[in-house]
Write a protein that binds this ligand. Sequence first.
Ligand code: FAD
Length: 295
Amino acid sequence: MEITKMFGKRPVMSLEIFPPKGNMSLKSVLAIIEAVIDLCPDFISVTYGAGGSSRELTVEIADIIKNRYGIETLAHLSCIGSTRDEIEALLAELRSKNIKNILALRGDPPQDFDRMIQVKADYEYAKDLITHIKSLEGFYLAAACYPEGHIDCVSLEEDLQFLKEKVNCGVDFLITQMFFDNNLFYNFQEKLAALGIDCPVSAGIMPVVNKKQIERITELCGTTLPPELKRLLSVYENKPEALKEAGIIYASEQIVDLLASGVDGIHLYTMNSPKVAAKVYTNIKNIRGSFTHED
Ligand code: FAD
C-alpha cells in the first residue's frame, strides 16, 4: 500500500528498526520484528547502512516485514557513492518483493570517503536519487527533513530551500530527524507552510535511554538537547533503570503534545529495543485509540 494514503485520517504511527550489525544476528532482529508487530504500527521502516553496507539485509528484512507479517514497510535507501546501475539493481530487487515505499536519502559519507568516488558517482544529493526513482514507475517516496537544519547546512533557511527543491522532485511525505523540543518542530511546520511545502510530515521521536549514546548521536546530527532533558540525563546518569523510565516518559509526553497539536504522524526511533517502544505505546494507548475509532 502507498504509505502516503494512510495520512489524513488519523496520525500515522510508525517505527524504525535497523538491520543486524556487530554481533547482532538476523535471528535477533526477527525477534525484534515479532515484538514490534504486536504494537500494530501502521508501517515499519528499515534503515540502510552507511554506504550501502546493509544493502541485502535491508531488503531481506523489509521483505519479511511486508510479505511474512503483512505490515507495510518503508525501505531506506541512500545514494552517496552509488552508481545508477547499483541503485537500479536494488530497486529491481525491491520491486520483485513488492516493496514500493522508499525513504530516499543522500546518506552520510563514510569516514574514509574519497571525494573522487563522489565525483565519479551518479548522485550528489537526495534529490538526484528522488528524480531518478521518480522517472521509474511504481515507487512512492519519502525523504528526510531536519527541524533544526541539517548538520552541514549554512542555515535553516538555506536547508529549507533545498528541502523545497527536494520535495518538488516528487516526495510524497517527510520524516523528521529526532528532536527533543516540540517548539522546534512547531516552528519548522510554520516555515514549511510559509514555503508551500504541504506534504505530510511525520515527527521523529527517540526515547532517550542512555546518556552516552544520546550525546554521541546528537553530536553527530546536531540535534539540541533542551535543559530539561539534560537535567534528566545528569540526575539519572548512574541509575540506568531510572534514566530509561524518565526517557520513556519524556518521549511519551512529547508524543501526547504532538498528537494534541494534530501532527500527521509519529515515527519512533526504536533503536531495536521493542521493550522501550512497547512502553511508549502503552503510555499513549488510549490517546492513540481515540484517533483510531474515528476511521
Ligand atoms: P540531502 O537532502 O541531500 O541533504 C544533505 C545536505 O545537502 C543538507 O545539508 C542540505 O542542506 C544540502 N543540500 C541539499 N541540496 C543541495 C543543493 N542543491 N546544493 C547544495 N546543498 C544542498 N542515513 C543512512 O545512512 N541510512 C539510513 O537509513 C538513514 N535514515 C535516515 C532517516 C531519517 C528520517 C533521517 C532524518 C536521516 C536518516 N539518515 C540515514 C541520515 C541521512 O542520510 C543524513 O542526514 C545525510 O547526511 C543527509 O541525507 P539527506 O537525504 O537528508 O540529504
